[in-house]
Design a protein around this ligand. Sequence first.
Ligand code: UT7
Length: 343
Amino acid sequence: MSDKLTRKFLKQLDRKVWLKKVGIIGVGEYLPEKILTNAQLEKMVDTSDEWITTRTGIKERHLAAEGQAASDLAIKAAQQALANAKFKAEDIELIVVATITGDMSFPSTAAIVQNKLGAKKAVCFDISAACAGFIYGISVAQQFIACSTYKNALVIGVEVLSSITDWQDRNTCVLFGDGAGAAVLAEVAKGGIISTYLGCDGSKVDILNLPAGGSRHPATYATVENRQHFLKMQGNELFKIAVNTMTKAAEVVLKQAGLTFADIDLIIPHQANARIIMAVAKKLGIPEERVYLNIERCGNMSSASTVTALCEAVGEGKVKRGDIILLDAFGAGLVWGACIIEW
Ligand code: UT7
């Protein structure tokens, strides 16, 4: 073997030997107190509880109070996750906030969270990966901890989607909710994140986006008048792509991990539509009782969906030490992510 190849081999060996195992050691969530039911929506747009329930599985969703921004929700979820992990805010070295509805365009919501939490030494940034945001977040944090750059990380998925929802558009306003979930990641002796898989197809930006308010269409009277500061979605087109992409992502991440669907104790998917989730489970051959749903009570909370569902599943005792869980998400970008964790 040449010197160059020997060095390369040793470097790879070194990486394998020194990469740390990373796991989630605490979780937390916060859902705003205000609840909007399907019956209330019937009075706002031309819809019905029957349509919303049968087409989406949603019965109600939580909405942030006036003046409540993403960081306000994020802090509450983060404090719960830190307490659950028995961690002090000042010991956190990295804060990653996954969100598409941060407090402001800049600075990052992570920076605002850092200050409010008193996590003075944390490096902070946001991730914009919509509904796959939390899985992108834990994947990024995992790399930093595995390589010993940071000892731990707080990853938050938070949305105030009500702030970009067009309450006159029945196609979208019945779908979304507000909430936050958080996870503390650190080195673990056993188990932890086994495998992650992320993807993006940027050719379909047009089917789910927020048209104005960025540098392409800065805010003007016309953009406001044309309701361009509200989320636009071609739901029907997304439906099929969501089912196929989430199925594929689950297959890839399992293959990477050397596992089969029989090894999975619980799937915790992104909660966009109960019909999408059940179609994915059916394609994967996973029975309903091994699929976790909170969509009925929360609607679609984009970056916050997967992590709040994880937090609730843990709280309900549906995820126990040693269980193998699969997180699987898909959203605007289009982006997707899947992750297998031994709890
Ligand atoms: O978070 C990740 C990204 N998002 C997704 O993955 C969402 C994917 N898409 C979906 O979940 C579904 O496509 C929706 C729930 C958004 C819509 O369900 P659908 O079964 O695909 O309905 P559709 O869009 O094909 O609409 C069917 C009919 C239409 O009426 P016509 O044209 O057939 O007369 C709609 O106008 O339902 C009508 N409709 C409604 N009716 C009552 C649409 N929204 C409503 C409503 N209430 N809220």
